[in-house]
Design a protein around this ligand. Structure first.
Ligand SMILES: Cc1cc2nc3c(=O)[nH]c(=O)nc-3n(C[C@H](O)[C@H](O)[C@H](O)COP(=O)(O)O)c2cc1C
Length: 151
């Protein structure tokens, strides 16, 4: 299955990168670092003609299985991951983009989280599962990697 791991983190080489890289190797997947792309926050006027989102999302739609990887930052995904998710709304708002969005209904998604606790918190996973199931995707796997803080 053609798979991509999209990871975000304030640290390009931190815990989430280590876990995302290992998972990408295991799944023979592409690995991309979301924070290197320019992705503006959602805007009702869709005035983001100069950022990377539309081209990046179109590229992501070329995969059958999309793995979202993020650290837990205060019970939530990173701001860049949230901006990416919010901007999917562009493909719902703009009539010409809707057919591309519907292709998500044939795709699977997984979640990779890292945090200093043993489990990902419910608000973190519920937001991701709720959003991507709403968009018609099928959940394949949830994986959490625990990085305890050193004393
Ligand atoms: C701003 C910030 C907020 C965090 N919030 C949480 C949290 O709510 N729960 C938790 O278990 N760990 C929390 N952590 C710990 C990180 O989730 C954990 O260290 C993670 O593996 C860091 O990944 P990174 O190296 O890719 O940034 C937080 C860390 C930071 C920097």
């Amino acid at each position: 299955m053609k798979t991509v791991v999209i990871y975000s983190s304030s640290n390009p080489n931190g815990n989430t990168y280590q876990s995302a890289k290992a998972l990408a190797e295991e799944k023979r997947a592409e690995l991309i670092y979301l924070d290197r792309y320019k992705i503006g926050e959602y805007c009702y006027k869709h005035s983001h003609s100069d950022d990377d989102f539309v081209n990046l999302f179109r590229w992501v739609l070329g995969f059958e299985h999309i793995i979202f990887a993020s650290p837990v930052y205060w019970y939530a995904v990173t701001p860049r991951m949230k901006a990416f998710i919010d901007r999917i709304t562009d493909f719902m708002d703009i009539e010409a983009l809707k057919p591309e969005l519907r292709t998500l209904r044939e795709k699977q998604f997984s979640i990779l989280s890292t945090s200093c606790q043993e489990k990902a918190p419910a608000p973190f996973t519920e937001m991701l599962v709720g959003t991507f199931e709403y968009l018609g995707m099928k959940l394949q796997e949830q994986r959490h990697v625990h990085y305890p803080y050193a004393d």
